[in-house]
Design a protein around this ligand. Structure first.
Ligand code: F6P
Length: 341
């Protein structure tokens, strides 16, 4: 059995922990393992490296991915699709373990339909994959934002300012809501609930009336004011059709300062949320996912994604898992709302 492993899309803490688990258990099963470099791009370009016990030694706590990653979509052109399929044969692969978010796993689902054995592992700090309760990397990102909010509290309070903190998450507000609750944000804005700037001002005013002369507003990068619509960095789309979100923090800070006359600053936490070592929770989840992926290979159970349901790691259809974005539900957002103002 020859197994190719690739990591695609934005990197995420815990990728190396999955690679390590697949390699360790795969070697114990007698498999040959190779790493496909830079996601689907490496498959198109026939670039791979052997993965033995030596390559995965010491990588568990490391962020990023030892295999490199890209946002290349091999289904974008017929030529690239053909090259990728030909290279599965050229590399002699029996199965590909694709570690990625909805884009990378969507490709794995399509390749499976085309006759290539694939197994998916759900990765993304955004936690927006519908087939699983949790994606690895999310816990680390929430921890980083929570620490940032703790630090921002003291400086914001000292200067009696409004601080707008923009966090990642694409079209889902999971990072914003979880870190906002954990970090005691005074208001949390998410893409699922287009906001009115006047409502943010009401929160700031209420706090001031109670003698609290500072406010921390967490906004997801995909949140948008009803009046202005979605805010993007530019008009470009990537190979999967995704826009580059960003800018809502700056926009909101300007509006708040203009309309309230209060000194306002903004912080964009950006790629800090994806960097560095994974939390213990993410290391364990990533390890369990990697081990389950090898179980699926052993069973010949392809076209599946490993997933967390409750406390169990199960297999779900790749196709189903990548069909729709998992967004924040009303009930959960209501918990956060209790602490607004
Ligand atoms: O999907 C993960 C993510 O970090 C999103 O939260 C964010 O919108 C996007 O990737 C950023 O992508 P890039 O690394 O290409 O700037």
């Amino acid at each position: 059995m020859k197994v190719g492993i690739l990591t695609g899309g934005g990197d995420c803490p815990g990728l190396n922990a999955v690679i390590r688990a697949v390699v360790k258990k795969g070697l114990a099963n007698g498999y040959t393992l190779v790493g496909i470099k830079d996601g689907w791009k490496g498959l198109i370009e026939n670039r791979s490296v052997p993965l033995t016990s030596k390559e995965v030694s010491g990588i568990l706590p490391r962020g990023g991915t030892i295999l490199g990653t890209s946002r290349t979509n091999p289904l974008k052109s017929e030529e690239d699709t053909k090259k990728a399929i030909d290279n599965v044969k050229a590399m002699g692969l029996d199965v590909i373990v694709a570690i990625g978010g909805d884009d990378t796993l969507g490709v794995a689902a399509r390749f499976f339909e085309m006759g290539i054995n694939t197994v998916g592992v759900p990765k993304t700090i955004d936690n927006d994959l519908s087939g699983t309760d949790v994606t690895f990397g999310f816990d680390t990102a929430v921890g980083i934002v929570t620490e940032a909010l703790d630090r921002l509290h003291s400086t914001t309070e000292a200067h009696h300012r409004i601080m707008v903190v923009e966090v990642m998450g694409r079209h889902a507000g999971w990072i914003a809501v979880h870190s906002g609750i954990a970090g005691g944000a005074d208001m949390i804005l998410i893409p699922e609930k287009p906001f009115d700037v006047n409502d943010v001002i009401k929160v700031v005013d209420k706090r001031r009336a109670e003698g609290k002369n500072f406010s921390i507003i967490v906004t997801a990068e995909g949140a948008y004011p009803k009046e202005a619509g979605m805010i993007t960095m530019d008009k470009e789309r990537d190979a999967f059709g995704n826009v580059r979100l960003g800018g809502v923090g700056e926009h909101l800070a300007e509006e708040l300062e203009k309309r309230t006359g209060l000194e306002t600053r903004f912080v964009v936490l950006g790629h800090l949320q994806r960097g560095g070592t994974p939390t213990a929770y993410d290391r364990v989840l990533a390890t369990r996912y990697g081990l389950k992926a090898v179980d699926l290979i052993e069973e010949g159970n392809f076209g599946k994604m490993v997933a967390l349901r409750g406390n169990d790691i199960i297999a779900v259809c790749l196709d189903e898992a990548t069909k729709k974005t998992r967004t924040v539900d009303d009930e959960f957002y209501k918990l956060a709302e209790v602490f607004f103002g």
